[in-house]
Design a protein around this ligand. Structure first.
Ligand code: GTP
Ligand code: SPV
Ligand code: MN
Length: 590
């Protein structure tokens, strides 16, 4: 008798009509074989993978995606639930039958002459009750190799699936990389994603945003857990005690840097558990526990350096796990990957992300694409937590939400309680970044950093957050941060990166009830001099500005929040409406 997986593969072969089918086993021999094929394979005259300087970057390869395919395309991303209301005003919606018809037309015969890769993978560890079985189909060897870095692949998944039909199906074909024929369709009610016409990042690595956030957030809603766009860290103090935090920041707003943070304060150490996705469950003891279902980092290259993120630079130069991929960065004359901010010295002889010679004095554009990224195994990370593989995850004491705001939002603010924390997270705004196609620097509402990733109506998602809070014992403290406040010259006022630890230290003191706070209209702020600034050259004047809660700015902000809430008609939970009404009163708005 055929297993459900075999039936699925057979159907896919009939649909795509590939030349060959290859079922991945996740072995090192397989990775070597695929890298070697990709080095020989040419697309538009260029090898799919090129070996980089092995002395500086061992086991590393370079890839260029199609210049029209360099970031997630939210306007081409749909949630296809049976009714539009279930998807909510936060998602593009299409009728499931119509969406499938459209995709089937694109898919039909699209792998002729190509190999179809079948990738059995699991999100979470094989031993975890929270883990989920998945299969991705793809015709991109680059995607297949990336999935091997980002997830656990292997025959164990096939065994786990057995005759069950309860597994995620991610169907991907890169097609002709034509933006007019590019769609990423989600069917949460069928545990299914169909993606066509893109070969990069969250559009194509379907275990990431598509499954682990959009589909999983829907499953979490039905099953009583949360799938979040969050990094997970453990902060060890000199006594050896480890406090676990979740950090939610929108795309390209600091999760990976937070996850690999090397504290500036002596006696502390940050252990890394995850940098992008957290699945959060209520444990047997009634506390919140988080796992990182992934096994790799798909990290933003520009801005990464030994100064800003030394642990990531060490991760990239580590050679344990094979291979590491660099996509759409520039290349220097020593065949090393290069990007803006990698060092203070500028190198001449840079070849830019499109393969052209780059002259920084004449070329009015960056050499590396702003959304150029590395794909590297988490096992190369020197600060990987020994709890990384723990099937139950780590117990959470603090949840941090942060947007990219040039004004309005202070460096840090603590919510009074869970409900107020959910409110603060639900009203978050952030400047758009290069992680998504479209304009950059516009403020948009991005509740919980999940706006583009919540696979159902976000008003119900807010209620789900409130309900989870009612079920847990000792809910974690919730903090709002903003590393990105600027002065009138447009310069960041806070040094950020490793110095962010000073703020985390304050949070630990608050969690341990060691220090007090100052009340403000928007929540609890640090008392004067409560943030440790030893060794940092920053004036009191700037510190005051970083904590300024400006009435005019907040009056504007509240307008934007009301506009956002209005989109959900009457579905916004009453608790949050009450919090908004209180906020208005505090700022003297009728
Ligand atoms: P995604 O992978 O898109 O989800 O992004 P992310 O949230 O992991 O962001 P990441 O840590 O990769 O940072 C994105 C960009 O912001 C990079 O260019 C960083 O150099 C920059 N960045 C990160 N943290 C800070 C900070 O504290 N201050 C400043 N000024 N920039 C930062
Ligand atoms: C993000 O945009 O938040 C990312 C990159 O982590 S992608 O995987 O492309 O979504
Ligand atoms: Mn992300």
């Amino acid at each position: 008798m055929l297993t459900t997986m075999n039936v699925f593969i057979k159907n896919m072969q009939e649909l795509f009509q590939p030349n060959k089918t290859y079922i991945m086993d996740g072995s090192i021999e397989e990775a070597k074989k695929l890298v070697s094929i990709a080095q020989k394979m040419k697309i538009n005259g260029e090898p799919v993978l090129k070996k980089l300087n092995a002395m500086e970057y061992p086991n590393s390869y370079y890839h260029r995606s199609n210049p029209n395919d360099v970031a997630r395309t939210e306007h081409l991303t749909f949630v296809c639930t049976s009714s539009k209301e279930e998807a909510g005003p936060n998602n593009n919606w299409m009728d499931p039958d119509e969406a499938k018809k459209k995709m089937m037309n694109f898919f039909k015969g699209s792998m002729k002459g190509k190999t179809m890769y079948v990738i059995p993978f699991i999100m979470g560890t094989f031993e975890s009750k929270y883990a989920k079985n998945c299969i991705q189909i793809t015709d991109s060897i680059y995607v297949a190799l990336s999935m091997r870095i980002m997830t656990r692949i292997g025959s164990q998944v096939t065994t786990r699936i057995g005759n069950s039909s309860d597994f995620f199906k991610g169907i991907h074909s890169i097609g002709d990389v034509n933006p007019d024929r590019r769609f990423i369709m989600h069917f949460p009610q069928e545990n299914l994603v169909m993606s066509f016409g893109s070969g990069y990042g969250g559009n194509a690595l379907l275990g990431k945003k598509c499954y682990s956030l959009r589909i999983a957030s829907y499953l979490g809603y039905k099953e009583g857990w949360l799938a979040e766009h969050m990094a997970i860290i453990g902060v060890q103090s000199s006594s050896g005690k480890i406090t676990y935090f979740l950090g939610a920041f929108p795309s390209a707003c600091g999760k990976t840097n937070f996850a690999l943070l090397e504290p500036v304060l002596k006696g502390y150490k940050v252990w890394t558990i995850g940098d992008d996705i957290a699945w959060i469950n209520i444990g047997d003891d009634g506390r919140l526990y988080a796992i990182n279902p992934e096994t790799g980092f798909f990290g933003v290259a520009p801005g990464t350096s030994f100064k800003t993120n030394p642990i990531m630079m060490r991760t990239l130069k580590n050679n344990k796990f094979y291979p590491t991929l660099f996509t759409n960065t520039a290349i220097d004359s020593n065949n090393n990957p290069w990007w803006e901010g990698i060092s203070e010295k500028f190198q001449s002889d840079i070849i830019d992300w499109q393969g052209k010679k780059y002259n920084k004095d004449f070329d009015n554009r960056p050499a590396a694409h702003p959304n150029s990224r590395f794909t590297v195994s988490i096992h190369n990370c020197p600060t990987l937590s020994e709890m990384f593989n723990d099937p139950n995850g780590v117990p959470i004491s603090g949840i941090i939400f942060g947007g990219r705001r040039r004004d309005t939002v202070p460096l840090v603010c603590e919510a009074k309680d869970w409900k107020n924390g959910v409110f603060s997270a639900s009203i978050m705004g952030s400047e758009t970044t290069a992680a998504t196609s479209g304009s950059i620097g516009n403020i948009r509402r991005d509740p919980m950093a999940m706006f583009p990733f919540c696979g159902y109506n976000m008003a119900e998602y807010f209620q789900h957050w409130i309900d989870i809070g009612k079920k847990i014992k000792n809910p974690p403290k919730i903090f709002i941060v903003n590393w990105f406040r600027k002065d009138k010259y447009g310069k960041f006022m806070w040094p950020g990166f490793r110095d962010n630890f000073r703020v985390i230290k304050w949070m630990i003191d608050r969690i341990e009830n060691k220090i007090g706070f100052k009340e403000s209209e928007i929540g609890l702020l640090p008392q004067n001099n409560a943030i440790e600034l030893d060794g940092l050259n920053i004036s009191q004047r700037i510190m005051t500005k970083l904590f300024n809660v400006n009435k005019e700015e907040w009056v504007q902000e509240i307008k934007m929040i009301e506009e956002f809430y209005t989109k959900f008609e009457n579905k916004i939970p009453q608790d949050l409406k009450n919090c908004l009404a209180e906020l208005k009163i505090k700022f003297g708005i009728e």
